[in-house]
Design a protein around this ligand. Structure first.
Ligand SMILES: Cc1cc2nc3c(=O)[nH]c(=O)nc-3n(C[C@H](O)[C@H](O)[C@H](O)COP(=O)(O)OP(=O)(O)OC[C@H]3O[C@@H](n4cnc5c(N)ncnc54)[C@H](O)[C@@H]3O)c2cc1C
Length: 517
């Protein structure tokens, strides 16, 4: 099940870690429910602090820390992703990361995650099973439940030179009347508005700034059914005039009734309400200086999502607004992405609009292929991993060239854990004279590939960690679904596991060399 022979070491450490975490967690819960102090909410923060530092302090005495790599000075240097930057993290955190990544690379756990969670609740009771999840998967990939817990997590990231990219985890359930009704979308709107405020509040120094970013999932504000309908319509020839971004932008701005002939009365009402919600989120984000990075989803939804982003861009990415406030996401695993990206970048340039892009490989490979097989249509994805890598590399080159020509009017997030892509980006930034902390930044998921994020952050690049937050009940199903979609990524986190176990071994026993590239 586990490829390396160091399971016992890690298991021993983790059992210690889990026991202490659970004790601390129960003690904190008891104190919060029994003590009468007004500031007792801070106990949660205290718990997080204790949990991440106890293991570190205990075991740090056993081993001298490895040498510190200082931030780079001057020109481009090939970054070392050899785990050297792990010296910034506590032993407890590294142990948890190793254990959780190994567990997540075990296919049955991911496949039957929801069922296993239900079983553990039944067997252990919701308190104990909750405490176990908090000490493992939830603690690894989620910032916390309350604003205070999120702030605590972000403070730790900021101390390591990393920035937050908050994401509200919402999952529409097309067959559920509750999770598709107008009230559910309105609830999501309130959550998004709070997330904007939280993102703004997390900034270390007050005052207007352009580097606060937040993820936005459009299908949390409008139904996938409507997006499917719109996508079908957009793909028809001649639909462009009726559904132009300018027309939608006008409707968003004025709040005037919009009637689209391909939709029935109910769908038109939902479209109107959705446009209103999108407008409110962006308006609020703009006022709070928060840039919104819209997620890309499935190909049967993406054209509609892009249409809505284009409409928002007409209004909010205009030159007078000071850079792109709404960014779109491009998935390199789709065959037509490079061409679409080229056309969109050129169109924004021609229209004088600022342009923001989050470049990813893409998370829905299996489902895209299964849908194509089921419908007997052409597979829209690249034929293999190497082709996706080549596509990512070409898109990256295209975007970096645009950034070098357009300066702050064009922004890019290199949202990838892939060391080669990150290396290519840093090298080309240097060759093109793009500043380290300028319009190009990097993005990785919280709890994933810290060896890449920390090395980038220490070298002075702008690095964001995508951070979901929310209660266990809300987030665990979301995490399991993400894990199912990202099986190949979790499976491919082998190198990270190797680096983690090597660092832990060094701290414990003073042996183990760094993994060579
Ligand atoms: C900050 C952030 C935001 C993100 N936002 C989005 C988003 O909005 N939408 C979205 O879809 N994803 C999003 N992702 C996830 C992303 O698309 C990838 O799934 C994930 O980052 C893994 O790709 P990688 O570049 O990190 O690394 P790698 O591990 O090198 O690449 C794995 C990826 O390669 C591709 N791949 C693997 N095997 C094959 C194959 N046989 N054939 C073709 N391609 C293959 C798949 O895309 C797979 O996810 C986001 C990721 C981050 C870090």
């Amino acid at each position: 099940m586990f490829p390396d022979g160091d399971v016992l070491e890690v298991l021993f450490l983790y059992v210690l870690y889990a026991i202490c975490s659970i004790c601390l967690s129960l003690a904190t819960a008891w104190l919060i429910s029994h003590c009468p102090w007004p500031g007792k909410g801070h106990l949660g923060d205290l718990f997080t602090c204790c949990r991440s530092s106890w293991g570190f302090m205990m075991l740090r005495t056993c081993r001298a820390l490895c040498s510190q790599a200082g931030p780079s000075t001057g020109g481009w240097q090939a970054l070392n992703f050899d785990g050297g930057a792990f010296h910034l993290k506590g032993t407890g955190e590294l142990t948890r990361a190793l254990l959780v990544l190994r567990l997540c690379a075990w296919p049955p756990l991911v496949t039957h995650g929801l069922a296993l969670q239900a079983w553990s609740q039944r067997l252990l009771g919701s308190r104990l099973s909750g405490a176990l999840l908090r000490a493992s998967v939830y603690g690894q990939f989620v910032a916390g439940e309350t604003a205070e817990e999120v702030r605590g997590c972000v403070r730790q990231l900021q101390a390591l030179g990393l920035r937050p990219l908050l994401a509200v985890p919402t999952e529409e359930e097309p067959d559920s009347a509750v999770k598709t009704g107008e009230a559910w979308y309105e609830g999501n709107l309130s959550a998004m508005l709070r997330c904007v405020d939280l993102s703004r509040g997390l900034l270390e120094t007050p005052g207007p700034t352009g580097n606060i970013l937040m993820q936005l999932k459009v299908t949390a504000l409008t139904s996938t059914r409507l997006c499917k309908e719109l996508t079908t319509w957009i793909r028809r020839p001649g639909a462009s005039l009726e559904l132009s971004p300018e027309r939608l932008a006008e409707a968003m701005d004025s709040g005037q009734d919009l009637q689209v002939s391909c939709l029935n009365a109910e769908q038109n009402r939902h479209l109107q309400a959705s446009l209103g919600r999108l407008h409110r989120v962006v308006q609020h984000a703009r006022a709070q200086h928060v840039r919104l990075l819209v997620d890309a989803e499935y190909t049967f939804l993406n054209p509609a999502l892009s249409l809505l982003v284009d409409a928002l861009a007409v209004r909010w990415n205009s030159p007078g607004e000071g850079g792109p406030w709404v960014w779109n996401t491009y998935q390199a695993y789709l065959q037509d992405t490079h061409e679409r990206l080229r056309l969109a970048a050129e169109a924004a340039d021609r229209a004088g609009l600022a342009f923001g892009v989050k470049l990813v490989r893409g998370a829905y490979l299996d489902k895209e292929r299964a849908t194509a097989r089921h419908q007997g249509t052409e597979d829209p994805t690249q034929p293999d991993y190497e082709a996706t890598n080549r596509s990512y590399s070409r898109c990256l080159e295209l975007m970096l060239t645009h950034v070098s020509h357009r300066g702050p009017m064009c922004h890019l997030m290199v949202a990838s854990h892939n060391e080669e892509s990150v290396r290519q980006a840093t090298k080309r930034m240097w060759e093109l004279g793009i500043p380290l902390d300028g319009p190009v930044c990097f993005g990785q998921l919280l709890g994933m590939c810290d060896h890449v994020s920390l090395a980038l952050g220490q070298a002075g690049y702008a690095v964001y960690k995508s951070i979901p937050y929310g209660s266990l009940e809300e987030v665990i199903p979301y995490l399991i679904r993400r894990a199912q979609e990202n099986r190949s990524v979790l499976h491919g986190a082998r190198r990270e596991q190797k680096l983690l176990s090597q660092e832990l071994r060094r701290r414990l026993l003073g042996r183990g060399l760094r993994v060579p590239h």
